[in-house]
Design a protein around this ligand. Structure first.
Ligand SMILES: O=C([O-])CC(=O)C(=O)O
Ligand SMILES: [Mg+2]
Length: 256
């Protein structure tokens, strides 16, 4: 059973709703026996609109039921995909396709962009997201190590390696460091090595491919500068969303 911590707030305006804070994940949900019309999911918060509720009392009664009868948990129907119960899976329900469909204006304005599909998927987390730290290097990974040995705080390291496939910019040790230091993922416009070790790490990794050759160790490159990879301009501090369908870059954090 999912470990769920729930906090509740009820409100009648603008529409009768109950907000549930679900610990570490969010899922669209229906609860049987209640006239729930729609659900809205975003990380950590679920707002359930109760069309039949007309008074504060109705909403409060529903809220009370949720608190007193936790069997509602077993009534969850997972609509988009089965819920990953792993507490580290921060993007259990985020879907890049859905983000595109519901943010057409942002796509049109260029505030939301999709990377060209040139990356292979590695690492335990197929889906990951976070604020971006950019890095530009060429066949040299000293700066990659420097960054991955600092605290990641949920960020995604995006490395513009110039598209070179002649050596690896990330290997098993660096991926392990990224995991230990709290990075959500690494996107490499270049190659990785130690693929089996990387695939055992609890981070998301995207790269053009693998190459067993190591890179130079001259410490040449630039951190936190604008980069251009996979047909997309990326600035430090923008947000990255990756899942099995692809990779999105957003100027702002998306609320899905
Ligand atoms: O040392 C390197 O160049 C990359 C590597 O193999 C690792 O991180 O394990
Ligand atoms: Mg290695």
């Amino acid at each position: 059973m999912a470990q769920v911590t729930m906090s509740l707030s009820c409100s009648l305006s603008p529409s009768p709703s109950v907000s549930l804070s679900l610990f570490l994940f969010s899922i669209p949900l229906y609860i049987s026996g209640f006239p729930i019309e729609s659900t809205a999911g975003c990380l950590g918060i679920q707002t359930i609109v109760l069309p039949a509720a007309e008074t504060d009392k109705d909403v409060a009664a529903f809220g009370k039921h949720l608190i007193s009868d936790t069997s509602w948990i077993s009534h969850l129907h997972y609509l988009r995909r089965s819920l990953c119960l792993c507490s580290r899976e921060r993007m259990a329900t985020f879907a890049t396709a859905e983000a595109c469909d519901s943010n057409t204006a942002l796509l049109a304005s260029g505030e939301l962009r999709a990377l060209e599909p040139i990356f292979k998927i590695y690492g335990q987390r197929r889906a990951f997201s976070g604020p971006i730290a950019t890095l530009k290097v060429f066949e040299d990974n000293v700066l990659v190590r420097q960054l991955l040995e600092t605290r990641g705080e949920g960020r995604v390291l995006v490395i513009d390696g110039g598209g070179s496939t002649r050596c690896a910019l990330v290997g098993g040790n660096l991926a392990q460091s990224a995991q230990n230091m709290g990075w959500a993922g690494i996107v490499v416009n270049g190659c990785i090595r130690d693929v089996d070790e990387i695939n055992a790490c609890d981070i998301g990794v995207r790269a053009l491919g693998s190459n067993p050759l190591k890179s130079n160790k001259k410490a040449v490159g630039d951190k936190h500068i604008p980069i251009n990879i996979a047909g997309t301009f990326i600035r430090d501090g923008e947000w990255l969303y990756a899942d099995s369908d692809g990779i999105l870059i957003s100027k702002m954090e998306l609320s899905i």
